[in-house]
Design a protein around this ligand. Structure first.
Ligand code: MG
Length: 174
C-alpha cells in the first residue's frame, strides 16, 4: 500500500467559471490559474503522483508552457491515474477537504464526488468530499484543497492465472 498527500490553493477571480472537482459551480467568481484553476483536481493529482513518488503536477504540466493555458484539469488527473496504474497500483480511497468561504459546497458535494470517482475510475463510495469555511484564517479570497489518497497493489493478472492453474493441478492429484 502507498499513501499520498496533495495540497493546492488558488485565488478567486472575476470573469472565469468556478470549477471544483471537474464540476462547474454557479458563483460570481472563479479561480485564477494558468489552467481552469480546479484546485481540487490539482490537489488530487499531486496526491496520486506523490503516492507513487512520480514528481508533482508542475513537472508534467509546467505553468510556463502556453499549451496548458485554460486546460481542463481532468487532463492532469488522467496523467496521474496513468502513472499510478503503471506503477502497479489502484486507488483504494481518496479523502479531500476544501477550505473556502463561498460558495457552499454541501449542495454540490454529491455531484463533485460522482465526477471525481468517474475520473479516477472508482466508486463514489471511495471518494470523500468535505468542505469548511476558513474561520479565522483571513482566506476569503482563496480556495484551498487538502487531499490524501491510499493506493493498493493492483491484482496481478499473471499471478492470478498461475494460482488458478496450481489449484487445478492439485485437484487432479487428489
Ligand atoms: Mg493549482
Amino acid at each position: 500500500m502507498r499513501i499520498g498527500y496533495g495540497f493546492d490553493s488558488h485565488e478567486f477571480q472575476s470573469g472565469v467559471p468556478l470549477k471544483i472537482g471537474g464540476v462547474t459551480l454557479p458563483h460570481h467568481q472563479g479561480l485564477a490559474g494558468h489552467s481552469d484553476g480546479d484546485v481540487l483536481l490539482h490537489a488530487i493529482t499531486d496526491a496520486l503522483l506523490g503516492a507513487v513518488a512520480a514528481g508533482d503536477i508542475g513537472s508534467y504540466f509546467p505553468p510556463s508552457d502556453p499549451k496548458w493555458k485554460g486546460a481542463d484539469s481532468a487532463i492532469f488527473l488522467a496523467e496521474a491515474v496513468k502513472r499510478v496504474r503503471r506503477a502497479g497500483y489502484r486507488v483504494a480511497n481518496v479523502d479531500t477537504s476544501l477550505i473556502m468561504a463561498a460558495p457552499k459546497i454541501g449542495p454540490h458535494a454529491k455531484a463533485i464526488q460522482a465526477r471525481v470517482a468517474e475520473l479516477l475510475g472508482v466508486k463514489p463510495g471511495q471518494v470523500g468530499i468535505k468542505a469548511k469555511t476558513p474561520e479565522g484564517l483571513n482566506l476569503d479570497h482563496a480556495a484551498v484543497a487538502h487531499v490524501v489518497v491510499l493506493l493498493e497493489k493492483a491484482a496481478n493478472k499473471k499471478s492470478a492465472t498461475k494460482k488458478k492453474a496450481k489449484r487445478v493441478t492439485s485437484k487432479r492429484k487428489r
